[in-house]
Structure formats: structure tokens, C-alpha cells
Design a protein around this ligand. Structure first.
Ligand SMILES: Cc1cc2nc3c(=O)[nH]c(=O)nc-3n(C[C@H](O)[C@H](O)[C@H](O)COP(=O)(O)OP(=O)(O)OC[C@H]3O[C@@H](n4cnc5c(N)ncnc54)[C@H](O)[C@@H]3O)c2cc1C
Length: 479
């Protein structure tokens, strides 16, 4: 139900004069953009949010999220146990292999501490801690109503604060003079408008939905990638900024990519296509060979390497195989598992060489050592003597029926972005801070994520830097 206040705000937005300069122009319409817009509006600035997607699809990848990761002292009712900043930082260093800007990483983690309270003030609600196979109750707060519910509350708050939001309004050009933002060219209602502003917050996501751009770095393999989120994050704004002399950050081949069900749609399949079966069995490529330790670490710390691993396999396809002991122990994908009474029969269903698959499974089974299986922790079930070991949760795959899911790389978001400083201000190619340009979210996540991923940190980076960028842009616009 749209309340009277919101309706009035919407009507007011319709009559906003877009030809008058705004204090703060925010490009994008997801978490990072809204956190920036709300912060700038709370500081009394005149703010516009320019969202490329139609209103129903507003909020890009944020629509698909469920949680954010934050440090806390254990008193938050929506999370279990304390999660100290040092522990969060250790986790981040481990998954990135130290490839992170340490000052920005520390800042992200320090400021993550404020996020639940701040979100709560904006009307976002969280659900009680989640148990089960995800083991995230201590580290991540889950949005009530998911990312879409969270976004709706942020939009509602932004509108109540007088922020103008326009949809179906892709930015197609930026006028930047010597590192200074002047205006954005926006396709809107059949015309191209020039929207001027005193400060810019770029929060328009990565380039994950731009297959041609992905192909420049991955070659033809990128044709087999599935994009888990919005088709609107094509990196156009990122490209414009880099072409205008903003310093890049990150490796263009690095991204958050998970193994998803190969039957998922090309775009926007969301979380329902993700497969959490990997630690429970083995994963083979189309030659029927295992290629990586499926039991390396707990799933939240490792799930994001599997998209990349599958991307490196021939044909960018792999198969997650489990037996009937495990089939009910993980969250299934939306697609049913393919079932067979023998490994040979399972191979035939995917056109795999039956003899090769049987050999892989029997060698694996023979290498499994005795242990006590416990998928909630790093247990003592491992293999011995295999070229590709399985270091935890190794159990023989011997109890029919057998099940398999086909896997493809599911690209979540890319890490190539714009370099920012501790204010969320962009840095120019010569290292100098930009006059009035700030960035938040995926478009700068590569500052913190050189590689690897920690579940929930995408939203943390977006919210922390969204607030910083909003604050910086508001302060600049006032001067
Ligand atoms: C399936 C899935 C599940 C996820 N789950 C989680 C999770 O639970 N926790 C977590 O932390 N992270 C999760 N992530 C990652 C998370 O979605 C991102 O880190 C986060 O949403 C990024 O926020 P953002 O505001 O930077 O980008 P987005 O939310 O993607 O917003 C970018 C916006 O920019 C707009 N845009 C793009 N180009 C233009 C243009 N030229 N002009 C105008 N607008 C433009 C897009 O339409 C889009 O609305 C998930 C991602 C996916 C795909």
C-alpha cells in the first residue's frame, strides 16, 4: 500500500524541474546509491537518483541480496555471538590473500559496526539469526523481506526526505572537466536530458552483464557464463569514468562468481539457482575428472571460488555429484537433481564418459579415510593419496540413488572499478583526489576485494561507502 505521504512525494517528484542543477547527482539505484542519497538528503542537500532500470527492476543486484556482514559485540538481537573487528579483518585477509587496500578494508569493517543501527533508522528490518547449513548467524544480518524489502524501505525513506528518483533513465554520457563532474547525459522518456550537479556519486555497479567486455578478458569462455543478477549493470558509467581519467583499481578478470545450476536463465536467476551441494560430494569436469578440493574450507568462505574454477574447465561446465546420504543436507537449487541408480547411468544422462566417471568415483571412494562427518565445522573426514585431495567432509559416494547437478559459472559482480580514498572520493590517474566525484558499491568494491569474497561483504562495502560518499558529496555541494 502506498501511503498518502509517499504518493504526495511521488507526485512532487514528477514535477521536479530536472533542468535545475542538483546538489548531489547519484547514478544507480541499488543499496550503495540509496545509502548515499539518504545521507546527502539528511544533510539538507537537493538529491537526484538516476536509475537506468525500469522502476520494477530498480535496485540492480541489491534486489537479490539477503544479508550484510557486520562486526558487532554480540548484543544485536538479529545475530548470534560477537563478531570482533579483528576476526572480520582476519577473514577478509584470508579470502583476499592480502589483496586489499588495508586502510579501506579496516575502515569498511570499523564502519560496518554502525550499519544495523543506521539501517534500522531508515526503516529496514532484520530477521532473527538464521541457522542451518549457511553458518552465517554470527557474522551476517538478514533483511526481513530480503534485498527487495530492504530496498523498498530505503526508497520510501529517500522519497520522504525529498530525494527525486527517476527510473528507466540510463546515463549515456558524463561531462567531466579536469576531474570535475559537470553533468550527466540521461536518456529519459524518449529524450536526452543533461542533468547537472555540484557533486557526483557513482553507484552504477560493475560490468558483469556486459558479455562483450567480459570476453575481452575471458575470451570466448564468457559466452558460457550466466549472470546471476541484473542485466543493467553493463559498466557504462565505469567505462566513462575510466575514460575520463579516473584511476582504475582491480584486475578485470577478478569477480565474485559462484557455481550455479547450468539450467539457470542467462540473467537475473538470483539465489534460487545457486548450488550448495559441493562440499557434500565431488565435482568433476566434462572429462569426468575432479579438479579442486571440494572440502577446502567452510562453505561461506569458499563458495565464491567455484564460479571461477568452473570457468577454467573445458566448456565451462562441471557436475556436482552426491549420493543419497547427502541429498537432503544442503539447500537445493530451484532445479531438481538428475537422479540415477548407478554412476554409469548418471554419466550417460550428461553425456560424460561412463568409464572415466566410474574410475574417478571409485578412486575417490578408496581414498576416503575414517572420520566423523560434521558439515557444520571443519571435520576430520578427508582423503589420502589423491592428486586432488578432499580435505574435509570426504565420504564415499556409494549409496544409490546418485544425484548430479550441472554447474556453470554464475557471475555475481566484477571487481575492476574506480580507485577511491577514505572519503569515498575518486582518485584521478595522477593520484590526486577528484574535485567532486565519489563512488560507492560494486563500482569501487575492487578497492577492498582484490580477489576472493566473504559472504555479505558486497552490501557492507556498498552501505559503508554509500554513506561516506553521500556525506562527502553533501559537504562538497555546500561549499
Ligand atoms: C543473486 C545475488 C545474490 C547476492 N546476495 C548478496 C547478499 O546476500 N549479501 C551481499 O552482501 N551481497 C550479495 N550480492 C552482491 C550484492 O548484490 C552487491 O554487492 C550489491 O547489491 C551492490 O550494490 P550496488 O548498489 O553497488 O549495485 P546494484 O544494486 O547492482 O545497483 C547498481 C545500479 O546501477 C544501475 N545502473 C547501471 N548502469 C547504469 C547507467 N548507465 N545509468 C543509470 N543506472 C545504471 C543499475 O540499474 C542498478 O540498479 C548478491 C548478488 C547477486 C547477483
Amino acid at each position: 500500500m502506498i501511503g498518502a505521504g509517499l504518493r504526495a512525494a511521488k507526485q512532487a517528484a514528477n514535477v521536479v524541474d530536472l533542468s535545475q542543477p542538483f546538489d548531489v547527482v547519484v547514478i544507480g539505484g541499488g543499496n550503495a546509491a540509496l545509502c548515499a542519497a539518504i545521507t546527502a538528503a539528511r544533510a539538507g542537500r537537493r538529491v537526484i537518483v538516476i536509475e537506468g532500470a525500469p522502476e520494477f527492476y530498480r535496485g540492480g543486484n541489491t534486489r537479490h541480496t539477503r544479508n550484510l556482514r557486520c562486526s558487532h559485540d554480540g548484543t544485536a538481537p538479529t545475530m548470534t555471538g560477537p563478531y570482533a573487528q579483528e576476526e572480520f579483518l582476519d577473514d577478509l585477509y584470508r579470502v583476499t590473500g592480502g589483496q586489499t587496500d588495508k586502510a579501506l578494508a579496516k575502515l569498511t569493517i570499523e564502519r560496518s559496526n554502525e550499519l544495523i543501527g543506521w539501517m534500522d533508522q531508515q526503516g529496514v528490518r532484520f530477521q532473527p539469526p538464521l541457522g542451518g547449513t549457511l553458518s552465517l548467524g554470527k557474522t551476517n544480518a538478514f533483511f526481513l523481506g530480503g534485498g527487495r524489502g530492504m530496498l523498498n524501505m530505503l526508497y520510501r525513506k529517500a522519497e520522504a526526505l525529498g530525494v527525486t528518483a527517476i527510473f528507466d533513465a540510463p546515463v549515456t554520457g558524463l561531462t567531466i572537466d579536469n576531474g570535475y563532474f559537470m553533468s550527466a547525459a540521461v536518456k529519459y522518456k524518449g529524450r536526452t536530458l543533461s542533468i547537472r550537479g555540484r557533486a557526483l556519486v557513482a553507484a552504477a555497479g560493475g560490468f558483469e552483464a556486459n558479455i562483450e567486455w567480459l570476453k575481452q578478458h575471458w575470451g570466448e569462455a564468457a559466452d558460457n557464463f550466466l549472470i546471476r543478477g541484473t542485466p543493467y549493470n553493463r559498466g557504462d558509467v565505469l567505462r566513462m569514468l575510466l575514460d575520463s581519467g579516473v584511476m582504475p583499481v582491480g584486475d578485470p578478470t577478478q569477480c565474485h562468481a559462484v557455481a550455479i545450476d547450468a539450467r539457470a536463465p542467462k540473467f537475473d536467476g538470483g539465489i534460487a539457482t545457486r548450488l550448495d551441494s559441493i562440499i557434500f560430494g565431488v565435482v568433476v569436469n566434462r572429462e569426468g575428472n575432479r579438479f579442486y578440493d571440494e572440502g577446502e574450507d567452510t562453505w561461506p568462505k569458499r563458495y565464491a571460488i567455484w564460479g571461477r574454477l568452473v570457468a577454467q574447465q573445458p566448456g565451462q561446465i562441471a557436475y556436482s555429484i552426491v549420493d543419497s546420504k547427502s541429498i537432503r543436507q544442503f539447500m537445493p537449487s530451484i532445479f531438481p537433481a538428475v537422479e540415477a541408480n548407478s554412476i554409469r547411468e548418471l554419466a550417460a544422462k550428461f553425456d560424460l564418459d561412463p568409464a572415466a566417471l566410474e574410475k574417478t568415483i571409485s578412486e575417490f571412494n578408496a581414498a576416503v579415510q575414517p572420520g566423523t562427518f560434521d558439515h557444520t565445522q571443519l571435520d576430520d573426514c578427508s582423503t589420502e593419496g589423491l592428486a586432488v585431495p578432499k580435505t574435509h567432509w570426504a565420504r564415499a559416494i556409494d549409496k544409490p540413488p546418485f544425484y548430479a547437478y550441472p554447474l556453470r559459472p554464475g557471475i555475481t559482480f566484477t571487481y575492476l572499478g574506480v580507485r577511491v580514498n577514505e572519503e569515498g572520493r575518486m582518485l584521478l590517474a595522477d593520484g590526486k583526489p577528484a574535485g567532486n566525484m565519489f563512488a560507492a558499491g560494486e563500482i569501487m568494491a575492487g578497492n577492498v576485494l582484490g580477489k576472493g569474497y566473504l559472504a555479505g561483504i558486497g552490501m557492507t562495502i556498498g552501505a559503508v561507502f554509500g554513506r561516506l560518499a553521500g556525506q562527502g558529496a553533501a559537504a562538497h555541494a555546500q561549499n
